[in-house]
Design a protein around this ligand. Sequence first.
Ligand code: ATP
Length: 354
Amino acid sequence: MILELEELSHRYGTELAVDDVSFGLESGELVALLGPSGCGKTTIVQAVAGHVRPTAGRVVLRGDDVTDTPPESRRVGIVFQQPTLYPHMTVSENVAYGLAPRDIDPDRRDELVDEYLDLVALHEQRTAYPAELSGGQQRRVELARALAPQPDVLVLDEPLSALDRTLREQLRDEIARIQRETGVTTLFVTHDQEEAMALADRLVVMNDGQVAGVGQPRTLYESPPTPFVASFLGRSNTLSATVVDQHPLTITLGTHEIRLDGTARDFSAGTPVTCHIRPKDLSLRSSAAPGTTPSLPCDVVHVADLGRRYDVTVQSVTGDELVVEQSGNPPATGETITVVMPQDSIQLFGPEQQ
Ligand code: ATP
């Protein structure tokens, strides 16, 4: 592991901002630290950078405990949420500034500045001042400045959140390319699940100061360990149900019984459970699905035309509202219809996981 956080906790006064967080980054890995505003992401970044001394736990870089090491002695490159370029310095002077703490001879320093400005495709702007650059170009200068000292870990703290959507997507792809080319171990902090999933080898999902799930993006999306991860990684319909039979697992949604043969989880009869199912996994039929595929009678409440698809909101016999993504002809509002729920796309969570 290049970076390890071991049982990290941090309090601001009585507020527990980070609560016993442990995870690590392998060499060359891009890990996204993902979670809603206020879940403790920035506090973790500050602890990695050395600007916050955690209340408990350790930060380990390349096997060395750096919890008490000052920021300038850690090989951590950071790009913050807000731009931090010096306005009175040119692009190349700003990048060279990142190398200042290192004892490097001037020729080598100039070489490194050129190399990293090439990497971020800003060589032609080397004599420009930050005010003459676009927001995206400024971010790329900051990337070059953070990378030029060849840090052990690059930390990107919501680097795209101040940019508009198109620029954000362009720069996201640019960051992916730069990370691939340099192979730098990277912690990418964001509250945007799409951004995290598009970039990361692994996700660390946080909620309320704690780690809610760790894993590869697709695995976490398809088999979320908690309802929070299920909802945070994409739209998810939630249905309350009760287990009526353990073998084969049968649940009841209102008066409607559904058999879930493929579910690995074991729940005893009487357990209240929550079913999560993604809108893209549901489909609509005019009559009940054949065989054992679970289906629920519903009334169409609303149809939203989003151009490339329809979002059909239905109310099931249980009273729950569900959204179904549909690409073909949508049903009419008020129509009674059957929602088909493929078994393997239903995630069941017990009361201890709420
Ligand atoms: P955001 O995305 O909004 O920046 P975050 O996930 O980065 O949020 P943190 O900034 O680490 O979360 O904050 C975690 C919790 O700690 C929040 O409840 C926040 O209000 C609190 N907090 C953060 N910094 C301080 C501080 N300096 N003093 C007191 N409380 C703080």
